[in-house]
Design a protein around this ligand. Structure first.
Ligand code: CP3
Length: 343
């Protein structure tokens, strides 16, 4: 089992061809995903239906033969399990009840209660552990505390995370209590995913880039470090990927400081820079701009080869810099994989 290419790269091995998977690989750009979501009723019903969630997780594996499958779920299921109301507005995105003060934080459910809501997710993992091809690695995930907090505070996605910054700067005690609560919940949630059968976990800190200076240390780096050390204490050897998206200079030393086995890179940094300053510490993942999945052509092939070449002297998992978008052309995904595997 330890021969799986993703696990080898995460242990620091340099492979002749980087293993590959893709953020949001199960998603709306695939007609078979849209059909299964329709069958489930809506996105949240799909997340909580283990048979159908396993089916959409497997779809991109069957179609493309990616080296890893990522559990089909969402980072906002944990807030829901902690007691937030959650719904999705079609064409707009997630909506949640908002948290604006300490009373809102203390009204959340205790961490031990999350499994009641999240047990279907663990069932999805158990199905996948049985059904995935033996060479495919199963990745579990959660949002990092800051990113999850931005949604719990604002009640929706925000371009600049202003409501979360405001709570951080005006009611520090409530903000820190929220970050702590999410951190505890995330440890329990990821630990249960591992017990159900995921082999790697990834922490998505999609809005890490809006934390600057000391805030980045306190609310991106520190919670990630706490989660990683708790998970590794419970599950020795568990490989962990951290994705502090748009961290820029903050990527440098992030793996060492947090204990992550791999840092996932967005495409705001060049692969040549990241090879020199980030990959020196170990495995990196990334970082093709996802617009190439829409535009295709020779630029897609050239940029893919450039990334493979830049990272060829160290451990690397090929991926996009962020999730594939619904307007992507499925044929471009096949072209990307061909370009990686034929370089
Ligand atoms: O294939 C995979 O990557 C695994 C499943 C997965 C989803 N969301 C499914 C999903 C993962 C890993 C996520 C992570 C996630 N969810 C993040 C972090 C990564 C990132 O994109 O920055 C965030 C911020 C969320 C919260 C979220 N979920 C938003 C803001 C939205 C709406 C925007 C959008 O893309 O529609 C979602 C919905 C969502 N999560 C979809 C999928 C496939 C689309 C919903 C649909 O099918 O209608």
């Amino acid at each position: 089992m330890t021969d799986k290419t993703i696990l080898r790269a995460l242990r620091g091995e340099i492979l002749p061809t980087p293993p590959i998977w893709m953020m949001r690989q199960a998603g709306r750009y695939l007609p078979e995903y849209r059909a299964t979501r329709e069958q489930a009723g809506d996105f949240l019903k799909l997340c909580y239906n283990p048979e159908l969630a396993a089916e959409v997780t497997l779809q991109p594996i069957r179609r493309y033969g990616f080296d890893a499958a990522i559990l089909f779920a969402d980072i906002l299921l944990l807030p829901q399990a902690l007691g937030a109301d959650l719904w999705f507005v079609t064409g707009e995105g997630p909506r949640l009840s908002t948290i604006t003060d300490m009373a809102g934080v203390t009204a959340l459910k205790p961490t031990a209660g999350i499994h009641e809501t999240l047990s279907p997710i663990y069932e999805t993992v158990r199905i996948l552990a049985r059904e995935l091809p033996p060479e495919t690695t199963l990745i579990g995930f959660a949002g990092a505390p800051w990113t999850v907090a931005t949604y719990m505070i604002a009640g929706r996605g925000t371009p600049d995370q202003a409501p979360a910054h405001k709570l951080k700067d005006t009611d520090r005690a409530a903000f820190v209590a929220l970050i702590d609560g999410i951190t505890e919940g995330t440890i329990e949630y990821l630990s249960a995913q591992v017990e159900a059968g995921v082999e790697v976990v990834k922490l998505f800190d999609s809005w890490a880039g809006s934390l600057k200076g000391q805030d980045f240390q306190d609310f991106a780096l520190e919670p990630t470090k706490r989660i990683i050390s708790a998970l590794k204490a419970r599950h020795p050897g568990l490989p962990i990927i951290a994705f502090p998206r748009e961290a820029g200079q903050g990527y440098v030393g992030f793996a060492k400081a947090t204990g992550a086995d791999c840092v996932a890179l967005d495409n705001s940094v060049t692969p040549e820079w990241a090879a020199e300053y980030v990959q020196v510490d170990g495995c990196v993942q990334g970082n093709l701009a996802s617009h190439h999945m829409v535009t295709g052509g020779q630029a897609l092939v050239d940029e893919t080869r450039r990334i493979v070449k830049a990272f060829s002297q160290g451990p690397h998992i090929f991926n996009l810099g962020h999730g594939i978008t619904p307007d992507a052309n499925p044929d471009n995904v096949a072209r990307m994989i061909d370009a990686v595997r034929s370089t």
